[in-house]
Design a protein around this ligand. Structure first.
Ligand SMILES: NC(=O)c1ccc[n+]([C@@H]2O[C@H](COP(=O)([O-])OP(=O)(O)OC[C@H]3O[C@@H](n4cnc5c(N)ncnc54)[C@H](O)[C@@H]3O)[C@@H](O)[C@H]2O)c1
Length: 428
């Protein structure tokens, strides 16, 4: 089968799919991006990126103008398909595979002998095999990979994405990739496709291992962050500065404690550990405990802020940042949203939110009357309490004079300790 891959289709044009499509298109390959969201399709075809990611706008404009990238809402025939649709949680924290099922249903009619399909969506172990079975039921005229057939009409592999938002374009090309084909030929062809635009090493394994590797990476991160977050609670209880404790502990040559924060957010670290818990509930004590610690942090912070409010100070609370991490517009699973929502339950004080990357409040917060999206300088002027929730660069340059006379909660350890020494009111 040909490994030319002159026309690649990327299904799902979000934070993973769109940068992937743009990188492939700027590597001399014709790319068709598929997204069920018509606004996304229209925006991309105008040469614009519907998401915020450094340098992405420019890349999309270049690829669309050159005619190497176009977007549409339904799949058309191509040599290879990369699937990057959402795989969120639903109900009792179970993986929701409905987007993947829909992508498979839309893809099945256009499949042709010789096609390669790569699943990049983070998926429970066994999903790539299920995808092959779904497609095979819809296209009984084609052969799909199974244990007896190494070289079927359609090759299918799993290759997880491990990019860091804010550095997606760099990491897409530089990171090593784990590639798990349903058969050795599937893996070989997938490597051959990725080698067209990936400089990192392509590491071959089977599909199930590749699926678990992705979940393990994020559960590992979640567990380590939970340790840091638990340590922050311990430090608070015994009256120790957690930032200093972490810094000093990390001078041990084999210790590397992560930074505590307001919780864990994003589409990956806060979600993927549940995929493991869901499939092996009785073997995941540590992973479940880590989730509880991280999920408990927003309420803890909200309570601390509410407890510190003085009755005679009616000035608003200012919450800085809603995104789950610095310098991105992604609010999914953001603990900052939970802090604000909990705080609004605990106090009737007005809460001004400063989030430079959005124009309207997210749906979780839009119906809470006491919340208002504000500009940084104006909000700080009015504030009685300032809660830093996201370490956006825009907040780095806030100077001590803008915070004088206000109660400060820096949940990220973002501002230098020296700033608080200036601000600290003498004990009465
Ligand atoms: N965002 C990250 O940093 C990141 C990193 C690694 C892995 N992942 C994983 O990659 C996958 C995609 O994540 P994302 O962040 O890009 O999601 P996203 O929500 O940003 O984008 C997904 C896109 O898919 C579209 N879509 C939904 N169903 C579709 C369908 N049936 N056909 C075509 N398009 C469809 C949506 O409209 C959306 O534009 C998820 O499984 C996620 O866990 C994400």
């Amino acid at each position: 089968m040909s490994d030319n891959f002159e026309h690649i289709s990327v299904i799902g044009l979000g934070y993973v799919g769109l940068p992937t499509a743009a990188i492939i298109a700027t590597n001399g390959i014709r790319v068709t991006g598929i997204d069920t969201n018509l606004k996304t399709v229209e925006t991309i075809n105008r040469g614009k990126a519907p998401i915020v990611e450094p340098d992405l706008d420019e890349l999309i404009e270049r690829a669309v103008t050159a005619g190497s990238l176009k977007a549409r809402s339904t799949p058309e025939a191509a040599d290879a398909f990369i699937i990057a649709v959402p795989t969120p949680l639903v109900g009792e924290r179970e993986p929701d595979l409905k987007y993947l099922r829909k992508a498979a249903e839309d893809l099945a009619p256009v499949l042709e002998k010789g096609n390669l399909i790569i699943l990049e969506s983070t998926s429970p172990v066994g999903t790539t095999r299920n995808l092959a079975e779904w497609l095979s039921k819809m296209r009984s005229d084609l052969s799909f990979p199974d244990s007896k057939l190494d070289d079927p009409d359609i090759n299918i592999a799993y290759s997880p994405e491990r990019v860091l938002p804010g550095r997606i374009l760099i990491e897409l090309m530089a990171n090593d990739r784990v590639i798990g084909g349903l058969t050795p030929t599937c893996s070989r062809r997938a490597v051959s496709m990725y080698k067209r635009f990936v400089n990192g090493e392509c590491l071959i394994t089977d599909a199930k291992t590749a699926e678990l590797v992705k979940l393990a990476e994020n559960a590992y991160r979640d567990t380590n962050i939970a340790f840091a977050n638990e340590l922050s609670l311990i430090c608070e209880a015994v009256g120790v500065d957690v930032w200093e404790a972490v810094e000093l502990a990390n001078r041990h040559p084999r210790v590397n404690i992560l930074r505590p924060g307001p919780g864990v957010g994003g589409h990956c670290i806060a979600v993927d550990p549940w995929f493991i818990v869901n499939s092996v509930p009785d073997k995941t004590e540590l992973i479940q405990a880590a989730r509880r610690v991280n999920d408990g942090k927003p309420l803890h912070i909200a309570r601390n802020v509410a407890l510190a409010l003085k009755a005679d100070d009616t000035r608003p609370i200012v919450c800085l940042g809603l995104a789950y991490k610095a310098d991105i517009d992604d609010l999914r699973e953001s603990p900052a949203i939970d802090v604000v929502a909990e705080l609004a339950k605990l106090t009737s004080r007005q809460i001004l939110i400063v989030e430079p990357h959005i124009d309207v409040l997210p749906t979780e917060l839009e119906d809470i009357d006491q919340l208002k999206l504000s500009e940084l300088a104006a909000a700080l002027q009015e504030a009685g309490t300032v809660v830093l929730l996201t370490d956006h660069s825009a907040f780095k340059d806030i100077d001590a004079t803008q915070l004088t006379g206000k109660k400060i909660f820096d949940t990220r350890g973002y501002w230098p300790k020296s700033m608080f020494e200036i601000l600290d009111e003498p004990e009465k």
